[in-house]
Write a protein that binds this ligand. Structure first.
Ligand code: PMP
Length: 363
């Protein structure tokens, strides 16, 4: 605590990201990164930014396009929407932060999100001073859409939910959108992991002007290091996001990131291939762990939420770490005995499953 901090800084509870170890080589299954490399088209696009012009790197002299037109056009083509219905940002975390600032208020009813969900939501609410109420997910960790058909300042949840991986069908999400629309409230659906097995609600944005979907290139596009995310929604919502961004920093997505992200969004064939591999590995791991007696929640994401039949969450976390496997544990009510295991490459999954077998056998 410093005397130089203002009240806001003193009272924040910042998000704690998953560990990015530097001291030791781990099988890294703790931050839902994609185990496969990005499309070769992405690297070509980056090369073009660096080599175009009279001198190497000379395009980096210039500010990037503040409107991210090429990137938004690529996203629009990929999702069958208009470029004016796309907003791009520096990772979907930034897009989410802007969305909280643009659509949720300090002096209205609390916004709603599930008690087990992405732990950045309460942080953004704290940053913008937005009241919130968490809604308990069911005993099986699924979301009951009816809980969100109530008076609220707005609603946000991921689909698939994180860290559970559980999905909500499109028609149930749209009932929430319709209900919240009647009271002029925004529903944000964070589709960070949707490519791995959830029904996207992007096709419903024309019908539901209060529905904002948020996407990332960090997971399915293997570009967590690039920091690009985007939102798709009705033009008025997109304009609201632009107003917040342009009151903060007009150039949040740099020149290299814009070109690389556009190339990734255009290469659907490559990404369909690696997504299928991740899904297949997830299903194999889920059935192997179930056979070992683990509780494994059904997952539509690139991770599994699992509970050992014998070990506490912290004990299994420590035992896996000891064997060089890094996963994510959330020290939080209801899920303290669960671990989130990101889906890695086939060999990493084999090693991790062998480690789970050894640990359960007491080795
Ligand atoms: N939403 C959810 C549900 C996530 O798990 C993450 C990853 N931590 C993000 C958004 C943010 O991803 P990024 O900022 O890398 O786009």
């Amino acid at each position: 605590m410093s005397n130089y901090w203002n009240t806001r800084t003193k009272t924040l509870s910042p998000y704690v990201p998953g560990e990015q170890p530097r001291d030791r080589t781990f099988i890294k299954l703790n931050t839902n990164e994609n185990p496969y490399p990005p499309s070769p088209r992405v690297l070509e696009a980056i090369q073009r930014v660096l080599s175009d012009g009279p001198a190497a790197g000379s395009r980096l002299r210039l500010y990037p396009d503040p409107e991210c037109r090429e990137l938004r056009e690529a996203a629009a083509a990929r999702y069958g929407v208009k470029p004016a219905q796309v907003f791009a940002g520096n990772g979907s975390d930034e897009v989410l932060a802007f969305a909280f600032g643009a659509f949720f208020d300090s002096n209205t009813a609390p916004i709603l999100f599930p008690d087990i969900s992405y732990s950045f939501y309460p942080v953004y609410a704290g940053l913008w001073n937005i009241p919130f109420r968490t809604v308990p997910v069911r005993e099986d960790f699924s979301i009951d859409y009816k809980d969100y058909l109530v008076h609220a300042g707005g609603v946000i949840f991921p689909n698939p939910n994180a860290p559970t991986g559980r999905t909500l069908p499109q028609d149930e999400i749209l009932r929430i959108a319709a209900y919240q629309e009647k009271q002029s409230r925004v529903l944000i659906v964070d589709e960070a992991y949707a490519a791995f097995g959830a029904e996207s609600v992007v096709p419903a944005i024309e019908e539901h002007p209060n529905l904002l979907t948020v996407h990332t290139l960090s997971k399915s596009a293997s570009l967590a290091g690039l920091r690009v995310g985007f939102a798709i929604g009705n033009e008025e919502l997109i304009e609201g996001l632009c107003r917040i961004r342009d009151s903060f920093n007009s150039y949040t997505v740099d020149r290299i990131a814009q070109a690389a992200a556009a190339a990734a969004l255009r290469d659907t064939a490559y990404y369909d291939g690696i997504t299928q591999k991740v899904i297949a590995a997830r299903e194999l791991a889920a059935s192997a762990l179930s056979k070992l007696g683990f509780t494994v929640l059904p997952s539509g994401a690139n991770f599994l939420f699992i509970r050992s039949p014998t070990k506490s969450g912290p004990d299994l976390f420590a035992a896996l770490r000891e064997k060089g496997i890094l996963v994510r544990h959330f020290n939080q009510p209801r899920i303290a005995d669960f671990l989130r295991l990101s889906i890695g490459a086939d060999k990493e999954m084999d090693t991790s499953l062998a480690a789970c077998i050894e640990i359960e056998d007491g080795k």
